[in-house]
Every structure is written in C-alpha cells, then in structure tokens.
Ligand binder design. Structure first.
Ligand code: SF4
Length: 364
C-alpha cells in the first residue's frame, strides 16, 4: 500500500470503532442494570442520562402499573438458549406476574432501526427466559391465547419512536421460537442447507469475513477490467451500479477484518507497519444529565446562552407524525409543513412527465 494511503488509514487502524461502540453499549447496559436493581430495592438511585432514562423510565413505569398484580421486575437475566444450552441469552428486563410476561430489550445502536416484530434474537431470548423460569418452578401460567409483550427500547435511534412493542399470543411465541429452534437444529446437522446471503440476513453475522457464500454473493458482479470507468461496457457498468452498495459493504468488512487483525497484533501488522497501540482520546464531559451540564456551565460562564451549549434537534415531520395517534392528529400539523421544490436527481423513467405538448407541436 502506498505511504499516503497508510497515513490515511492510520487513525482507523489504531482505533477499533466496533469495540468502542460495543464498549459504550455494555456500559449503558451496566448503568441501566444498576439503576433498575436499586429501583426494585426501593432505593433512590441517581437519575441516568437523558438517553438511558428513555429505557429506565419505560421499564419502571410499566413495572409500577403491573405491581398491583404482584409483578416481579427481573433485570439482566441470563438463560440457556433452547437450541444450544452451552450459550446464554440475556434478557435486559422482564416484568412477570403469574400469568403475564413482558420482555424489554435495550438497544444502544443508533444507525439501524431494530424492530421487535419477528425479531429472532429477542424472541429466542424471551423463550429461553420463559423456559428457565419454568425449569425452576416459577412458571408463568399462560393460556395459548394470552398476550405477551416484547418491547425494544432504542433511545439513540432518531428516525422513529424509540419504544416499539410486539404483542403476540403465548402460542404464537411458542410456535415462532419452535420454528427457530428447528432451523438451528438443521444448521447444526447441516441437512440439505443452502446459504442464502442477503443484506438483511448477513447484516450482523460475525462470520462474514470467512463465509464463502457471503463473499461470493457480495462480489458476484465484480468484473475483471482494466482502464477507465467510461470505457467499461454499458451492461457491466449497469451491473456494477446496481450492486455498488453490497460491494461497499464488502470493502467495509475487509477494513474491519484488517483493523481487527492489526489491533490484535495479528500477522497483517508486519505488512502494514502498524502495531496495537493507544492514543489519548478527545477530552469529553464527565457523566451528568443535560440539565445539570447546562446549569453548571452557565453558572461558570453566564454570558454563554443555553442554545450555544446544548443543541436540541428538531424531529422531521415524518418522525413527529409517527408519534401521533391518528390521521386526524396528523392533519393538524399539515399547515406547519411544506415540500421544497423538486431538485434534479435520478428517478425511475416512469416518474418523468411526458414532454410539454405545445413544444412538441412546434417542433413537429
Ligand atoms: S455471512 Fe454467511 S453464515 Fe453469516 S448469515 Fe450470511 S450467509 Fe449466513
């Protein structure tokens, strides 16, 4: 690799973004766990940060309602997975009564919206938790038609309501997770299976760097070519254009793999001339709520306005509409919104209006 390319990649090789994100997620889960356990114990825990509060408030307010029915709030419960008892799934919070079950999962990611509906991970963790309760004689007695709830709280995702709930009957949950377990068993036994990679299937799979099916799929349209882009044949160019996103993802996977290898002192280090190291991060603020942050700073520097210290981000009309109850409420914000004039871009040919008739006549 050319020296200037090395320099360009230096920062990224020293700093493993994935690890940083997962460390942040672990930290958020730890803080939420400590808060909720203190809350259940009747202590007065210190308020979490605004983002984490979205999750803890949801859990505690739901628990407070269910408490009338002698509900238990169980936090960070680990349970062996039904298809492989060697692995444990963790339920972040579960509110349990004799005949009701509400599983709540905290997702700390902000880039990808995670829905609880037919979410195999949260469903299988819920099933693992239910099975483990039954195993210790704390079985929740649910009829097949009783509803159970699986909620994902994703406080940092800005594009939608951060709290999403999937209501299913107990029987539907059992059927869905039975199906997942039988699929997992088939994979273990490798029975007539064909890997079927796709963006959504492989999005979070750690096997991507090694999976031949995934790599073959991502690069299936990559031609061997020489020369400049305009010299590529039209058909090839179209294929490349249509498949550009998955090739970019493949490159990103390659970068992650190389970064990981180097940060672990792996064999690639010697070719790249890098080694695992540490660099000081940027100065950041101590842990405190947004309100106390603004108050403390303004006490020190009254001449700085609140909005110069802390930015509130306005949600888009679509995001606000997502929080409204019905079309009638949605219509109330129509007057506050407008659609800017169209800007030139690429659109499907079917969207291009026919040429102006008068002009066509004149030319005829
Ligand atoms: S990367 Fe391979 S193993 Fe992982 S989900 Fe995709 S096809 Fe399956």
């Amino acid at each position: 690799m050319a020296p200037w390319l090395l320099a360009q990649h230096e920062d990224r090789i020293i700093q493993n973004d994935d690890e940083e994100w997962s460390a942040e997620g672990t930290d958020a889960h730890n803080r939420a766990e400590a808060y909720l356990k203190a809350y259940v114990a009747g202590e007065n825990p210190e308020a979490p940060t605004d983002e984490l509060k979205v999750y803890t408030d949801y859990v505690t307010s739901t628990y407070d309602v269910w408490k009338e029915d002698d509900a238990m709030l169980l936090v960070e419960q680990k349970a062996p997975l039904p298809h492989d008892q060697d692995y444990l799934g963790t339920v972040d919070a579960a509110i349990v009564t004799d005949d009701r079950l509400h599983i709540i999962d905290l997702k700390w990611g902000q880039g990808v919206n995670v829905s609880p509906t037919f979410n195999s991970q949260t469903a299988i963790y819920a099933r693992a938790f239910y099975d483990s309760l039954t195993a210790v004689g704390l079985g929740v007695e649910m009829d097949s038609t009783d509803m159970m709830l699986i909620t994902i709280v994703q406080p940092r995702y800005r594009g939608d309501n951060p709290v999403k709930t999937w209501s299913i009957t107990f029987q539907e949950m059992m059927d869905y997770t039975d199906l997942l377990v039988s699929k997992a068993e088939l994979i273990y036994e490798k029975k007539n299976l064909r890997f079927n990679p796709s963006d959504s299937t492989c999005q979070f799979c750690d096997a991507r760097p090694w999976c031949t099916a995934y790599n073959g799929w991502a690069l299936e349209n990559l031609p061997t070519m020489e020369g400049a882009i305009p010299a590529i044949e039209d058909e090839t160019l179209v294929d490349l254009y249509l498949n550009r996103k998955k090739m970019v993802k493949w490159i990103n996977n390659l970068e992650k793999h190389v970064t990981k290898s180097v940060s672990e002192g792996g064999y690639l280090s010697k070719y790249l001339g890098f080694a695992p190291g540490k660099r000081k991060g940027n100065t950041t603020w101590e842990e405190m709520t947004e309100r106390s942050f603004v108050t403390r700073l303004r006490k020190l520097f009254p001449f700085i306005k609140r909005e110069e210290l802390y930015k509130e981000i306005r949600l888009s009309p679509t995001q606000v509409r997502g929080q409204l109850l019905d079309a009638e409420q949605s219509a109330l914000i129509d007057d506050l919104t407008f659609r800017p004039d169209p800007k030139p871009t690429i659109v499907p040919i079917s969207e291009v209006p026919p040429p102006d008739e008068e002009v066509t006549d004149l030319l005829a």
